[in-house]
Design a protein around this ligand. Structure first.
Ligand SMILES: Nc1ncnc2c1ncn2[C@@H]1O[C@H](COP(=O)(O)OP(=O)(O)OP(=O)(O)O)[C@@H](O)[C@H]1O
Ligand SMILES: [Mg+2]
Length: 238
């Protein structure tokens, strides 16, 4: 499969006053189209920093990020924003939904930026919500009227509604009970079987074991690759 993302010696330093903290100390990574991978590692090892780099939410201090062969450092802010909107969907541990908007309005946000007409938006929103294991009866509700597991399904619908090529998730099951975590991972599996590229950061080995490759991050570096044990995936363990 063709490379969809390539990181070459990506480093990220955070400067607060005189103090420099390294988020990433030189990461090389190639993700092929259609791969379902996970990134695990201790707290502070750089997982969120890496995901923010992959999602073009933040710029590296040095090194290169290529998306479909395009060096993103050559893009202007508007081109970068357009590339991000078209290519990348994000799911967060804390859902990050907007509580003053309805579920429908939350999910359609990525489509409004693209000026898609309302009737088409509603059709795409319903399709995405079903794909994410949600229910159309939620559409008029506010996110805080739903359970955590239901809110995460809404957040996944928002992430996939624009049909992004890459889905990134930072601890998507971290705040969920086991039954809700299973629904999230089953949704990712379904999306993967339809060709979706997925990168998930997780503390949970039972989540990592559902993916195709596990990258181990430590102290800002990828220190190894682990083979997942599908018998220990959350979808099959009791
Ligand atoms: N905005 C920031 N300013 C300063 N330092 C930061 C910032 N973001 C992250 N760091 C530092 O960079 C390092 C990596 O942080 P990161 O959030 O990527 O870790 P993580 O692996 O996601 O951890 P966790 O499992 O706790 O979410 C840590 O030492 C952290 O303190
Ligand atoms: Mg993190």
């Amino acid at each position: 499969m063709p490379e969809i993302i390539k990181l070459i010696n990506v480093k990220k330093a955070y400067r607060v006053g005189n103090i420099v903290t390294w988020g990433l100390r030189g990461v090389d990574l190639v993700v092929e189209e259609g791969e379902f991978i996970s990134i695990i590692g201790p707290s502070g090892s750089g997982k969120t920093t890496l995901l923010n780099m992959l999602g073009l939410l933040d710029k590296p201090s040095s090194g290169k990020i290529l998306i479909e062969g395009i060096d993103v450092s050559t893009l202007g802010d508007r081109e970068l924003a357009r590339l991000r909107n078209r290519m990348i969907g994000f799911v967060f541990q804390t859902f990050n939904l907007i509580n003053r908007l309805t579920v429908l309005e939350n999910i359609e946000l990525p489509l409004i930026v693209r000026s898609i007409p309302r009737s088409k938006r509603i059709e795409l929103v319903k399709k995405a919500l079903l794909m994410a294991g949600g229910d159309p009866s939620w559409l008029k509700k506010k996110p805080n009227q739903l359970s955590g597991g239901q809110q995460q399904r809404v957040a996944i619908a928002r992430a996939i509604v624009g049909n992004p090529r890459i889905l990134l998730a930072d601890e998507p099951t971290g705040n969920l009970d086991r039954a809700s975590a299973k629904i999230v991972i089953q949704t990712f599996k379904n999306l993967h079987s339809r060709g979706q590229t997925i990168i998930v950061v997780t503390h949970d080995p039972e989540v990592a074991n559902c993916t195709q490759k596990i990258y181990l991050l430590q102290d800002g570096k990828i220190i190894g690759l682990k083979k997942p044990d599908p018998d220990k995936c959350i979808l099959v363990t009791v």
